[in-house]
Each structure stands twice: as structure tokens, then as C-alpha cells.
Design a protein around this ligand. Structure first.
Ligand SMILES: [Zn+2]
Length: 323
């Protein structure tokens, strides 16, 4: 639920050194809170319903992942054929053009091959993660393990499908390593490993992010999430308020900003109104180097706090209004 599309304020600097210095000043004033010290920690609970639903996700994720991979491969191969036809020179083409042509076509088939693995990972990870969220899963490592198994099964189905349904010549033209002529060579295994790592990372991220929202253990629901942009003053003020035990009832309200220098993530249990708040400063510095714009940007967690129902109300009242 990110309603406000505020742009990150760009601080114009004279050099990279100055951008780094300002970032260091910000980090000294608003020190980073390590993830281990954050106020919310997932309970790691894995309801039986979540296991069942993630298994259904696995059964669905294999065919859908393989199908999505086949679509990505088809799009890649259409461009491959078009690319090849456009770049191919007639007889007497200089050797250098021929080499460039081969290089570009090879690069494209490599990208389309890796893209296929990425798509398989994204789709199967998303399906497993969504089913886990439906079952109120709070155990990211189990969701990741099931998502990886699902994506590996999906790519296996895709590889078998290509061998069964497509002529070898077509398959070898489509992609480098999915089928012959590279099959079973060392190169095939290298590409398979690189593609497999990309696929597993994508599946893990998609599965884990579905259960990362704070969960209210007493009400048994995931909290709602709102991200609200803040100016640097707002980040300072909110961090100061949260560091005190009692939130002053007359705390100064934070004005909304079109150019953010940080943001606050506010989570709220829809049933009991207990909440959880995270404050992030966000620095973006730009400078010119050889007349080319360069950028240094970073955001970090500077404060996190669990809120009792009344406190959630107080914090919501002083935050800039969301549309
Ligand atoms: Zn609750």
C-alpha cells in the first residue's frame, strides 16, 4: 500500500568524496539498527494448514513455472531468429562484421537462457510464497526450501518438454544449453549451474517476501502495511519520539513531503490495532564525473518499535496523511 509517490531528494555534491562525507554524517547522527536488533522478529511458526497449502503451491508451481519458462523461451527465440536475420550479412561480408554478428547472437541466446531460468524461479517462488501466506506461514526458511524444490522440478519438466516436443535442431537454435549440441558437456553444466543459482535466488526472494510482514500472534493475522515518505527533519523527529518510553500526546505533526529523505513503514493489526513501526533515512547524492552524472544512494533502518494499540493511534495521528 504505497499511495504516495514522492521522489527521493537528490543532494547535489561537488564530488564523490563530498557525497560520502554527507552520508557518513547522516549515519553518525542516525545510526543503523542491525536486523537482529529490530523490534519485530518472526515467531517461525509453521501452521499445518500452511504446509498443506505450500504443498498445493508446489504441485501448481511446477506446471505453471515450466509454462512461464516455455513462454519466456519462445519470446527469446522469436527475437533470436529476428536478430539473426537482421544481422546476417550476404556473401563477402567483412570478417569483423561476421564476428560481431556471432557475438551478439551468442549474447542474446545466453540472456534468453538465463531469463528463462529467472522466470521459472519468479513464478514458482511466487506461487509457493502466496500459498504459504494464505496459510499464515511465519517460517521463511521452509517456504524457501519448498520454493527451490518447486523451481528445480519446474525447470526439469521444461527441459524434458523441450527434448520431447521440439526437434533437436530447433532446440539447439533456441538456446545454448537447454538441449544439444551443448548437452552433457562441461559448458552445459556451467550454464545450468549459473541459471540454477539465479532461479533459486529468485524463487527464495519471492517466497520469503510473502511472509516477511509482521504477524500479530494474538490475533493470528498479518498486519497491514503503509509506507509514508518523510523529510530528514521528520525522520529525526520520529526517531526521537520513538526513543522515549512515552510518546508525548502533543507531539508535533509531521508534514508531508514531495521530496523524501527517508520513509516510515507502519504496520498495524486490523483486529487489535497493535502495531510496529520502522524508520529509514534515505540519502541520495549526485555529482558530475567527466561530465557524466554519478549517484550514491543508500537507506537503512534507524529505529524500530512495537506499538501498543493506543500508541499506534498516536503515531498514526502525527504521521503525514496518506491518500
Ligand atoms: Zn492483533
Amino acid at each position: 500500500m504505497t499511495a504516495n509517490a514522492a521522489q527521493t531528494k537528490k543532494h547535489v555534491c561537488a564530488s564523490m568524496q563530498q557525497a560520502q562525507d554527507i552520508l557518513k554524517q547522516w549515519q553518525a547522527e542516525l545510526p543503523r539498527v542491525q536486523a537482529a536488533q529490530a523490534a519485530y522478529k518472526a515467531s517461525g511458526r509453521l501452521p499445518r494448514k500452511a504446509v498443506g497449502l505450500m504443498m498445493i503451491g508446489c504441485i501448481l508451481g511446477v506446471p505453471f513455472g515450466a509454462f512461464a519458462g516455455a513462454l519466456a523461451l519462445a519470446v527469446g527465440s522469436v527475437f533470436y531468429v529476428a536478430f539473426d536475420a537482421v544481422l546476417k550479412g550476404g556473401a563477402g561480408t567483412p570478417v569483423v562484421f561476421s564476428l560481431i554478428h556471432h557475438g551478439l547472437v551468442l549474447l542474446w541466446s545466453l540472456l534468453s537462457f538465463l531469463g528463462t531460468y529467472l522466470v521459472v524461479g519468479v513464478v514458482s517462488g511466487w506461487i509457493v510464497g502466496s500459498m504459504g501466506r494464505l496459510g499464515r506461514n511465519r517460517n521463511a526458511p521452509v517456504a524457501i526450501a519448498i520454493a527451490i524444490m518447486t523451481s528445480v522440478a519446474a525447470i526439469f519438466v521444461l527441459r524434458v518438454g523441450i527434448r520431447v516436443f521440439m526437434a533437436h535442431e530447433v532446440a539447439s537454435q533456441v538456446t545454448l544449453a537447454i538441449s544439444s549440441p551443448y548437452a552433457a558437456t562441461l559448458l552445459d553444466w556451467v550454464f545450468f549451474a549459473v541459471g540454477g543459482i539465479i532461479m533459486c535466488i529468485a524463487a527464495s526472494i519471492l517466497a520469503a517476501t510473502q511472509c516477511e510482514d509482521p504477524f500479530c500472534e494474538s490475533c493470528g493475522v498479518f498486519m497491514t502495511h503503509a509506507r509514508i515518505p518523510l523529510a530528514l527533519d521528520g525522520v529525526r523527529h520520529l526517531r526521537h519520539i520513538l526513543s522515549n518510553v512515552d510518546i508525548p500526546s502533543a507531539a508535533q505533526s509531521l508534514s508531508s513531503t514531495a521530496e523524501k529523505e527517508g520513509f516510515v513503514d507502519l504496520y498495524r493489526c486490523p483486529a487489535c490495532q497493535r502495531g510496529y513501526v520502522c524508520v529509514y533515512p534515505e540519502f541520495c547524492g549526485t555529482w558530475l564525473q567527466d561530465n557524466r552524472p554519478q549517484e550514491l544512494s543508500e537507506y537503512w533502518l534507524a529505529s524500530s518499535c512495537l506499538l501498543e494499540p493506543g500508541k499506534t493511534e498516536q503515531i498514526t495521528r502525527i504521521l503525514p496523511q496518506q491518500i
